[in-house]
Design a protein around this ligand. Sequence first.
Ligand code: PAF
Length: 286
Amino acid sequence: MSGIVLLHDLDGLRAQVREWKRQGLRVGFVPTMGNLHEGHFSLVRLAREHADRVVASVFVNPTQFGPNEDFSRYPRTPGQDAAGLQAAGCDALWMPSVDAMYPYGAGNAVRIHVPGITDTLDGAHRPGHFDGVATVVARLFNQVQPEVAVFGRKDYQQLAVIRYLARDLAFPLEIVAGDTRREDDGLAMSSRNQYLSAEERAIAPAIHRTLLAMRDAIRAGTPRHQVEADAEAALRAAGFAADYAVVRCPDFSTPDADGAGAERVALVAARLGRTRLIDNLEFDAG
Ligand code: PAF
């Protein structure tokens, strides 16, 4: 296996990508905040199916964390990340500094706001979060200039925000979505899972069970309001404080009727102690 190229400065990244493009190679991109796990590595493998060379980025983006969120304690594991990426078939790792990402400082950055879909759910519970995501992802697209970029379906609303951003700003790239990877007990893989105590870790799979129960109840004809109330109650009984447990259309509009065959997504965000977990389940209501 040839070694992964570690890139810390923009000139080096540009020279590498330019060289691949000169050779006619298609470049895939997987942006991350590091502390990588099998969920990320599966996105790298998916990128490989769509591209000849794969760049991953590791950048813990300060502009997408709220004042009371976990920016400073977000786990940073660069050595482990590089080894895992190399084993997953990643060719280059882009690790910009905050200064390289935000030359005028994070507080003076040109910010990007995606309207509409960021008003609800995580956008409502984490004000400014998706502005920070859109702001950094636009920069990353300009820096890496990939032909294809891969994002996980676990961050369902983030994926919608990025699709909107890429289309609206005419980035010349394709967005590909990767399926959520789960532990054997159904818990969606996430860097935040490691914050959970042993007791919380035992409770956490209740989120996935709740999503399955929401799907089954909608399919059985239970009114949406009842399904959402029952889901919140189940999460509360398990020990969570739920930010939301909702059933939506894929465009985040609220379904007025539970039409057979209609596409739906159940979305949950819930806090267990100090850790906030999100997950979702796409299904058809028929
Ligand atoms: O999903 C993430 O890890 C981050 O939100 C992203 C897309 C890398 C932007 O910082």
